[in-house]
Design a protein around this ligand. Structure first.
Ligand code: GLN
Length: 494
């Protein structure tokens, strides 16, 4: 490892221009990982309903459970990376597991579905939080270019999500699901090769921490590798029985908070104020993702059954739109939103982070209102407008841009460096809870009847979206009203 550290952290962080070149490497690595992740995510519920013959209700629940575990393991992966493996080794191990998962699904998704998914869960856990933390390490504390860096990184996430989300579901529907799952793994290989080729430029960023007893370091690392394989049957049990998922979710959140409180005891009041602000953002994000993640669950099934395939006279598969329009809008509009913040900052009218989160909820509620309104465009066959559906995705994407990239940046801004891994993990653990609740909400809207007509499904789902619209808007208003008080907590991080 030592010879990889020729470039120093100072040299990396003293970069000229807007972005360090390492950011571009991380951009491409994450892009291909997200291709794999969103490629798989966009196929899950459809595959479960069409091939595994689950009802919509059960598919929503299983989707929520799988996604909850994916994100919960990002928390665990972040923790092990911080303490034992380092970010780089975690990334490599995570990538290998993700590729293995895709290969297992590629052999026969119908027979080995849950085995492949378990590997993907653990793999994403080791990969996802650690690459985001490495982005944070490219910047010195207080470097004003940090938000822009995360903005660019976020665009990379979405280029991958766009391509993977669109291509995999298309290949799955037109050819075979096995091929589509295999394809997602193929692109993960590209991501991993990109990492291997460029890792020397990361210098000391992400190397394994230097342990107090160097002799035990290797042994601990091997224990992490072995442990992540040994835990596979446990995960299998938990995702196939959503009751166990419930128990897991009841335990992991409170346990994590207790651990964090223990860490916070070692900090001073000034640092803890910022940590409290970070926790408020984390709690808000749970609610945000619970609504937003209907995207891979109920909205995916809605797209399959209730949408026509006509968009501006083009014939497009509605699931391709469901899986990729969000990313497309994020890519197109993230530079504009970035410019908007810069312009507002110059005029001294830039809203603070809490107000931005509040606005995110208003847009989120607005988007679900558009999903709801779509019911009025339906024909007698229960199929409705793909255009209105796409417009709702535009609104939800603006909501995402007000919250998600900012949240990533905030985690590294509000916490002391030694807690970055944990905080990034916690940010994703909030997504786990969001996903879990998303599955429950989606199941609550879905008809338990496998043979329900398209019109019945349309009415049930859109009524659910109506409720989400109302709660989203209420939350937005409340957050904006209390923002001035919350802002006091994080004053120093501005
Ligand atoms: N779309 C983003 C990503 O994949 C955020 C997802 C999340 O945190 N729930 O990284």
């Amino acid at each position: 490892m030592a010879n990889k550290t020729e470039i120093t952290l100072e040299q990396i962080q003293d970069f000229k221009g807007k972005y360090p070149k390492q950011l571009w490497y991380l951009f491409f690595i994450e892009m291909w990982e997200r291709f794999c992740f969103y490629g798989n995510r966009g196929m899950l519920t459809i595959f479960m309903v069409d091939v595994l013959l689950l009802s919509d209700k059960n598919a929503n629940l299983q989707y929520g459970a799988i996604q909850a575990f994916v994100y919960a393991f990002t928390f665990i992966g972040g923790l092990f990376a911080d303490k034992i493996l380092g970010f780089q080794k975690s990334l490599l191990w995570g990538g290998i597991l993700m590729i293995s998962g895709s290969v297992v699904l590629g052999i026969s998704a119908e027979h080995y579905f849950y085995y492949g998914i378990c590997l993907l869960i653990i793999g994403t856990g080791f990969f996802k939080p650690n690459i985001s933390t490495m982005v944070g390490e490219l910047y010195k504390e207080g470097d004003v270019r940090r938000d822009a860096g995360f903005g660019l990184f976020y665009a990379g996430i979405n280029v991958g999500a766009l391509l993977g989300g669109a291509i995999c579901v298309y290949v799955g529907k037109m050819y075979t699901w096995d091929l589509a799952f295999l394809l997602s793994g193929g692109f993960m290989i590209v991501g991993l090769i990109t990492f291997l080729v460029t890792r020397a430029y990361l210098g000391p960023i992400g190397l394994a921490p230097i342990p107090a007893k160097p002799t035990s370091a290797k042994r601990n690392q091997w224990m992490v590798y072995a442990g992540s394989i040994l835990i596979l049957p446990g995960i299998y049990l938990m995702i196939t029985n959503t009751h166990y998922t419930d128990i897991f979710m009841y335990i992991i959140g409170p346990a994590t908070l207790m651990y964090l409180m223990y860490e916070m005891l070692k900090l001073g009041w000034q640092e803890n104020k910022k940590m409290l602000a970070a926790l408020v953002f984390i709690f808000l994000s749970i609610l945000f993702w619970a609504f937003f993640e209907q995207s891979g669950g109920s909205l995916s099934l809605f797209a399959k059954d209730n949408l026509n395939s006509d968009l501006f006279s083009l014939n497009i598969d509605p699931n391709v739109i469901n899986n990729s329009s969000n990313s497309l809008f994020v890519i197109l509009f993230s530079p504009l939103i970035g410019l908007l913040w810069i312009w507002m900052k110059r005029k001294k009218i830039e809203p603070n982070y809490f107000v931005k989160f509040g606005l995110a909820f208003l847009f989120l509620g607005g988007a679900f209102y558009v999903f709801y309104v779509n019911r009025f465009f339906a024909g007698a066959d229960g199929k409705t407008s793909l255009l209105v559906f796409t417009a709702a995705y535009f609104v939800i994407s603006i909501a995402e841009l007000f919250l998600s990239p900012i949240g990533l940046s905030l985690m590294t801004k509000l916490s002391p460096k030694k807690l970055w891994g944990v905080m990034m993990g916690l940010w994703f653990l909030a997504s786990a809870y969001g996903q879990y609740v998303a599955g429950i909400l989606g199941a609550g809207m879905a008809s338990p009847d496998k043979n329900a007509s398209a019109t019945v499904k349309l009415n049930l789902y859109t009524e659910g979206y109506h409720q989400l619209a109302i709660y989203g808007i209420i939350t937005g208003v409340v957050v904006i009203l209390v923002a001035p008080f919350l802002k006091k907590l994080m004053r120093e991080a501005d």
